[in-house]
Design a protein around this ligand. Sequence first.
Ligand SMILES: CSC[C@@H](O)[C@@H](O)C(=O)COP(=O)(O)O
Length: 382
Amino acid sequence: MAEDMVALRWEEPPEPGDGPVLVLLDQTRLPAEEVELLCTDVPGLVQAIQTLAVRGAPLLGLAGAYGIALAAARGFDVDEAAGHLASARPTAVNLERGVRRTLDAFHAAVPGQRAAAALAEARRLHAEDAHGSREIGRYGLGLLEELLPGGGYRLLTHCNTGALVSGGEGTAFAVVRAAHRVGELRRLWVDETRPLLQGARLTAYEAARYGMPYTLLADNAAGSLFAAGEVDAVVVGADRIAADGAVANKVGTYPLAVLARHHGVPFLVVAPTSTVDLGTADGGSIEIEQRPGSEVTEFTAPYALGVGAQQPGAGVLVAPLGTQAYNPAFDVTPPELVTAIVTERGVVSPVGEEALAAMAAGRIRRERDHLGRLSEDGTAMG
Ligand SMILES: CSC[C@@H](O)[C@@H](O)C(=O)COP(=O)(O)O
């Protein structure tokens, strides 16, 4: 089995006196080439976040956390760095949380120990993410076994949620990996994920790497696939889950949820509890990132997508010059369309405010809660 890709790593200075480096696998260059991007300052990291060289909710959390550690180690103004990093992209709550956690650790330490404390906290988050990802795969597979007892799953996924977004195997893709490992992945349907093609460029890349049976489709081909009865379950990630269970994820997720409901297919959202934001009441309160229209009006070949090459005019125009484009990066799926949310603590189903709050408070009992049914005292029962 192929090794997991390392999406992000911390490199200590080669010589005393040099600063450490945050090394990112530049996701804008995949699948054409595996190129590393070296970040030595906060503006460089902010640019990498905004151009999607580093992306996906859990990895954004790690990038934010290590960004604070980098700022601290290199003697930059850490509070200023935190402001720039946390606001680099607005929708994935993990980014601001990764920044906040590390910043708090930095300030809590005594002077002289602060840079080390920030780095230790970033490393803790990294390890937690890897561990959480394993648990997510386990719970997700358990849920599939329960919902689809015949095995041989045909799963549809959107965007990219694998090792490229995580310290481990990812979120929704960790469930796909778990199904593949036990020989029950009959087909992975990969939505290409317009306009930046995270499905085609990244998920297909990961699926091929791990020898999965996968097929790529244009996003608008999903309807005919459901109609043909070819999808057993949809598995997607999340960028922010509001207190009522509304899910913000890559644009194109909501239409899949509507299709899934129409065709009676389970729609599973897979995310660490760090993506659940009880401070955001509902889907309407989630800020949705709007991206440049040029991502829609122009085609840019993946191998030319490198950081800096995403300026308007860098690609080939596919619409009349001056065309306005609607380009939200995410959409919101209402909780009533979500069959279950799979986290590293267990499965929440049905999705609702009370169940999510109990889960966030750690009151889901492991092993026995695949259906997430709540007992009188708010704990999950099997
Ligand atoms: C675990 S990844 C979950 C989400 O972050 C993922 O589905 C997604 O929408 C990523 O969007 P991106 O714009 O590529 O950062």
